[in-house]
Design a protein around this ligand. Structure first.
Ligand code: AMP
Ligand code: MG
Length: 434
């Protein structure tokens, strides 16, 4: 689903320096972000099933967590005022033990001055008590009495306050959050069994090119195996999309049109690879242009210069279109920097910018100002604990090995020129990247 109110030309007419043939990455990101809209359908899921899904409404805490003041340690609960009185004359304090509070089994009577209660971690603080002295800080403990050396605790120590984790009525999780393991635990701690989440985004994808063969087919002379559908499968699966893998489509107008129509009928977004540069047999562009509001860009980036973006329609249905370049590294780079956030936005998530680290370049890197370069790198820690990065071998946009060997991408920003050895550069680590 896309923003039906605005056409792409409306959108770009607001940009003073729009040039589709030399489009900076930031501007492409801005146009894409402004054009697409989230899917609104919601489903209710049991919290385990909601892992990785996008929360569709704020969750307000129905209870205080914890529900009572309780002990953070195994030890003795006492009145802080006894302690203050004792430390005033700087002597040890001996208290009478009048009972035990277990986690889940409270000590029900009030505790007076000079008294204390043996308490376990998580045990409810008995009436009158506000302080816990850990067991290991006591001396001469018996069933009836315990002695605290002077100065081992201050009033209020080792007590967890009612509602300190989550207070009743306060927002515990915001809509738009992608639910992670901690969030499932947090929901469970509130006793919440089900949450509303956005429905999964349906993404159709196919590869275009007469030279492409699928695994299991004979590799005729001049042909290559289609790898883009596999990297796309991986990246889309990590994002939590529902996938419609449409295979390889030949560079034939009728086949391409049928594929786009079917994709549009069944999916919220369509991702293709290949056929968007200037090649002679590239019918992909032609068909895309016929089927919708699509623009063709030359983006100031390397790899990944050519790209199509827009919306295609089929009857009453429409889908966002991302026509990626054919080269395998270019597919991954354009996906991460131009498609990923857009899909997250369509999923109803509030995507944060990809977190870039700073690392020092282990050797000089050549770079032309006026385009963003994404080089594949290996990030490591030097002897003094500083992050450093070196570029993996050949950086050709068809060399997928450079991606596979890398553990990060070095992002050389638009205005940046050559990088000297030892200079700090931006790095996107792959670890943890959705
Ligand atoms: P194109 O943009 O269609 O001209 O493709 C650019 C280069 O990427 C060509 O060398 C293609 O063979 C290659 N390529 C295109 N699609 C794929 C794919 N799905 N898997 C592997 N290589 C591809
Ligand atoms: Mg091609």
């Amino acid at each position: 689903m896309t923003n039906t109110k605005q056409t792409l030309s409306d959108l770009v007419s607001c940009l003073s320096d729009y040039d589709p043939d030399a489009l900076p990455v930031a501007q492409a990101q801005q146009i894409i972000g402004g054009f697409i809209a989230p899917v609104n359908a919601i489903e209710k899921l049991a919290i385990r099933a909601a892992l990785g899904r996008v929360l569709a409404a704020d969750v307000v805490s129905p209870i205080d967590v914890p529900a009572h003041d309780n002990s953070a340690m195994d030890g003795y609960a006492l009145r802080g005022s006894d302690l203050v009185a004792a430390t005033g004359n700087n002597t040890a304090l001996t208290l009478r033990v009048i009972g035990t509070a277990y986690a889940g089994r409270a000590f029900d009577a009030a505790v007076g001055s000079g008294e204390c209660v043996r308490i376990m971690t998580g045990g409810v603080m008995p009436d009158g008590c506000d302080t816990v002295v850990p067991q290991e800080c006591t001396q001469g403990a018996s069933n009836d009495s315990v002695t605290l050396p002077a100065g081992v605790v201050r009033a209020g120590d080792n007590r967890r306050l009612k509602g300190e984790d989550l207070a009743a009525g306060r927002s515990a999780l915001r809509q738009g959050k992608i639910l992670r393991p901690a969030d499932l635990g947090l929901l469970a701690s509130l006793g919440v069994a089900e949450v509303p989440v956005r429905r999964r985004l349906r993404v159709a994808f196919f590869s275009t090119g007469d030279e492409l063969r699928s695994i299991g087919e004979v590799l005729d002379p001049g042909c290559v195996y289609d790898s883009n559908r596999y990297t796309l499968y991986g990246m889309l699966t990590r994002l939590g999309c529902d996938l419609i893998d449409m295979g390889v489509i030949k560079d034939e107008p009728a086949a391409l049109e049928a594929a786009f129509r079917s994709a549009c009928e069944n999916a919220d977004a369509v991702i293709t690879s290949g056929g968007v540069s200037v090649g002679a047999a590239d019918y992909t562009k032609q068909i895309m242009a016929q089927l919708g509001d699509v623009t063709f860009w030359k983006i100031g980036m390397r790899p990944g210069r050519p790209m199509a973006f827009g919306r295609i329609g089929c009857g009453a249905k429409s889908a966002a279109l991302f026509g990626l370049p054919g080269n395998p590294v270019a597919v991954m780079v354009t996906f991460y920097f131009l498609v990923r956030d857009a899909l997250l936005q369509m999923m109803g998530a509030s995507p944060a910018p990809l977190p870039l680290l700073r690392a020092s370049a282990q050797s000089a890197i050549r770079k032309k100002p006026g385009r963003t370069e994404y080089q594949r790198g290996i990030l490591s820690t030097d002897a003094s604990g500083q992050q450093q990065v070196r570029i993996t071998g050949s950086q050709g946009s068809g060399i997928l090995r450079s991606m596979s060997e890398a553990n990060c991408m070095v992002v050389l920003q638009h205005e940046q020129g050559n990088v000297a050895a030892g200079e700090a550069v931006d790095v996107l680590p792959f670890e943890g990247l959705l």
